[in-house]
Ligand binder design. Structure first.
Ligand code: J2J
Length: 540
C-alpha cells in the first residue's frame, strides 16, 4: 500500500474478498479483458472519432511504454488535468498499467490548486491540455515547473516548450511491473471542508467493485451508451456508473464537449444515448430547454441527477419532459453511493436520494454523541464498506476526526431514513458550500482572503440560490482601508484560485455573531444573508 494511506483492517479485507466484492482485478487487466472479448466494439466516441476497445487497449500500452521511457514508475503520482477528451482514457489506463497513480485535477483548477497537488502528492509529472475553455493551461505548467524543475510536463495539442503527449505513443514493451489490485489506483479529490482538499486513495479492488455494482444497479450492458456531460474527473461521471462503469459493462462512452442542451441534445439523438448524469442546475437547464427543441431524445432511458440536492418539484418534471426514468444519486468521492432504483415507485424516486448500492455498505445515522437515532429523525450520516476509504492520503490528524475509531467515515451530511431504508439529504454539518455540485471548502477561501492586507477577518457561508442551489457569500471585517468586493475577487483570481471558489458576494461588517462558545456563528451569518436577500426581493 502507498505510504500515507490507511488500508482496511485484515478481517474486513478478508470479508470483502471472501464475499466476492474484491475480485483481484486491476484496471489494466479489466481493459485487456474487454479488448480480448469485444475488441471491435466502440469504447469511446468523441466528435467524429470512434475508438474501439482494441485500439484503446493498444494505445494505453504504447503510452505506458512512453511514460516508462520518460522515467515514470510504479507508485509515482501524476497530476492529470484533462477535459472530456479521448486522451483522458489513454492516459489513465497507461498509468494504471504502469501502476503509477493519476491525481485527478479539474479543468477549472488554477495555480493555487495545481501547485498544491503537485507538491503535496510529490508528483513526478503533470499532464494538461494546451488550451481549454479559453484558458492557456501551459501558464499553470510554467508555474509548477518553477517550483519543481524536475517535474515532467506533458501537454496535449501544442506543447510549446514541454513534452507533447502525442510523441509518447511508442512501441509497446512487455511491462515488468506487477500491479496489485489491493493497491491504490489513483488519488481522487475530496470536496474538502477544512483547509485544502484532501486526496482520496482509491484502490483497484474497491473502485472496480463500485463500478460493478453501479453498472448492475443502472442496468448497463454492451448496448448502453453513456453521455459524459460533466467533467469526467469528477467522481460522479467517472464511476456512478459514469465512464468507467460503462467500460466495465462493455458499453460505449460518448464525450460531450460541453453541458449545454445545444451541445448535448444533438449528441443524444445522433448517438442513441441511453443514460447520462447531471447536477441539479444543469437538469433545470435541460428541463427548460427540452420543450423548445425538436431533437429526438427517445433513446434516453435514464437521466441521473446528483452531486447536490435535487428538489422534488424539479424531479417531478423529469418524466413528463424527457419520457425517461429519473435516478437520484447521492454519492461521495470517499466511497458510499446511494441510488434510487430504476423500478422504484415514483414517490421514492422523487422524494429521496436513494439507498446504498451494496448490501455490504454499513450506514449509521447518529446524534452529536455518535448514538444511533430513531428512524425518521435527522442525524449525521456515518458509513463504512467495501468501497469507502478508511483514511485520506497523508492526513493523519484530519483522519482522526473524519473517521470513527471503528472506521466509519463521517460524511458531514445530515440525513434521515425512510421506513423502507431510503435516504433523504436534509442538510450538512461540514463547513462547505455546494455550489451546484461543485464543492467549496470555506476555510480554503477564507485563508486566501486573510492574506489580503486590508482584511482583518472573514467568514464564508452559503446563500440559497434558485438555480445553483447555493452560492457563496464572504462576510469580511475590513481593516481601516476597506477593500471593495471587486478588489477582493481580483486578488483571489491573481492568487490562482479556481473561479468557482471565488465568493459570489461580499458583505462588509464590523463584527461577527458568535456562538455561546465564542466561535463565529455561521448559522447566524447564513440567516443574516438570507434575511437580506428576502428583503431585497420584497422591496423589488
Ligand atoms: C444532496 N447532496 C449530495 C445528492 C452528493 C455520485 C454522485 C455524487 C457524487 C459527489 C459522487 C448529493 N443530494 N444527491 O462522488 O459518485 C453532496 C453530499 C456529499 C458530497 C460529495 C458520486 N450527492 N451530495 O457529489 O465527493 O454533501 O461526490 O457528501 O463531489 O456531495 O461530493 P463529491
Amino acid at each position: 500500500m502507498l505510504t500515507g494511506c490507511s488500508s482496511w483492517p485484515e478481517d474486513y479485507a478478508d470479508l470483502y474478498e471472501r464475499e466476492g466484492c474484491w475480485k483481484g482485478e486491476t484496471f489494466g487487466e479489466m481493459l485487456r479483458d474487454r479488448a480480448e472479448r469485444q475488441g471491435d466494439r466502440i469504447a469511446i466516441t468523441s466528435g467524429d472519432r470512434n475508438m474501439s476497445y482494441a485500439e484503446l487497449d493498444d494505445r494505453a500500452d504504447r503510452l505506458a511504454a512512453g511514460f516508462q521511457e520518460l522515467g515514470i514508475k510504479q507508485m509515482d503520482r501524476v497530476v492529470v488535468q484533462l477535459p472530456n477528451v479521448i486522451e483522458f482514457f489513454e492516459v489513465c489506463f497507461a498509468l494504471f498499467r504502469l501502476g503509477a497513480l493519476p491525481v485527478f485535477a479539474l479543468p477549472t483548477h488554477r495555480s493555487s490548486e495545481i501547485n498544491y497537488f503537485c507538491e503535496f502528492a510529490e508528483a513526478v509529472a503533470y499532464i494538461l491540455p494546451d488550451k481549454h475553455a479559453g484558458f492557456d493551461h501551459r501558464t499553470l505548467a510554467r508555474g509548477a515547473k518553477e517550483k519543481n524543475e524536475k517535474l515532467n510536463v506533458i501537454v496535449t495539442g501544442d506543447a510549446a516548450e514541454f513534452v507533447n503527449l502525442a510523441d509518447l505513443y511508442i512501441d509497446p514493451k512487455k511491462l515488468e511491473v506487477k500491479v496489485n489490485s489491493r493497491d491504490v489506483a489513483f488519488l481522487q479529490l475530496s470536496g474538502g471542508s477544512t483547509g485544502l482538499s484532501k486526496l482520496i486513495p482509491r484502490t483497484h479492488d474497491d473502485y472496480m467493485y463500485s463500478l460493478e455494482v453501479s453498472a448492475e444497479v443502472c442496468q448497463l450492458d454492451k448496448d448502453s451508451v453513456y453521455l459524459a456531460v460533466l467533467p469526467i474527473a469528477h467522481n460522479f461521471p467517472m464511476s456512478s456508473p459514469g465512464i468507467l462503469g460503462t467500460l466495465y459493462a462493455g458499453g460505449r462512452v460518448v464525450l460531450s464537449p460541453g453541458p449545454s442542451p445545444d451541445e448535448a441534445f444533438p449528441l443524444i439523438e445522433k448517438q442513441g444515448v441511453t443514460i447520462t448524469a447531471l447536477v441539479p442546475p444543469l437538469a433545470l437547464r435541460w428541463l427548460d430547454a427540452v420543450s423548445t427543441r425538436d431533437h429526438d431524445l427517445s433513446s434516453l432511458q435514464v437521466l441521473q441527477v446528483g452531486g447536490a440536492k435535487f428538489s422534488a418539484e424539479a424531479a417531478r418534471r423529469v418524466f413528463p419532459a424527457f419520457g425517461c426514468k429519473l435516478q437520484q444519486v447521492f454519492g461521495m468521492a470517499e466511497g458510499l453511493v446511494n441510488y434510487t432504483r430504476l423500478d422504484d415507485p415514483e414517490e421514492i424516486i422523487i422524494n429521496t436520494q436513494g439507498r446504498p448500492m451494496s448490501k455490504y455498505d454499513e450506514v449509521r445515522i447518529v446524534d452529536e454523541e455518535d448514538r444511533d437515532i430513531e428512524q425518521g429523525q435527522v442525524g449525521h450520516l456515518l458509513t463504512r464498506g467495501p468501497y469507502t476509504i478508511r483514511g485520506y492520503y497523508k492526513a493523519e490528524e484530519h483522519n482522526a476526526k473524519a473517521f470513527t475509531l471503528d472506521g466509519f467515515y463521517r460524511t458531514g451530511d445530515l440525513v434521515s431514513k425512510t421506513e423502507s431504508g431510503y435516504i433523504v439529504v436534509e442538510g450538512r454539518d461540514k463547513d462547505q458550500i455546494n455550489r451546484g455540485g461543485e464543492k467549496i471548502a470555506a476555510e480554503e477561501v477564507e485563508n486566501h482572503l486573510l492574506a489580503h492586507g486590508a482584511v482583518h477577518d472573514v467568514a464564508i457561508v452559503s446563500m440559497s440560490d434558485d438555480y445553483l442551489g447555493e452560492r457563496s457569500c464572504a462576510f469580511v471585517i475590513p481593516r481601516q482601508d476597506a477593500p471593495t468586493s471587486k478588489e477582493l475577487k481580483l486578488f483571489l483570481k491573481e492568487r490562482g484560485l479556481a473561479a468557482f471558489k471565488i465568493p459570489d458576494r461580499f458583505e462588509f461588517t464590523d463584527s461577527f455573531p458568535k456562538t455561546p462558545l465564542g466561535k463565529v456563528s455561521k448559522k447566524a451569518l447564513r440567516q443574516i444573508i438570507s434575511d437580506k436577500l428576502n428583503n431585497q426581493l420584497t422591496l423589488k
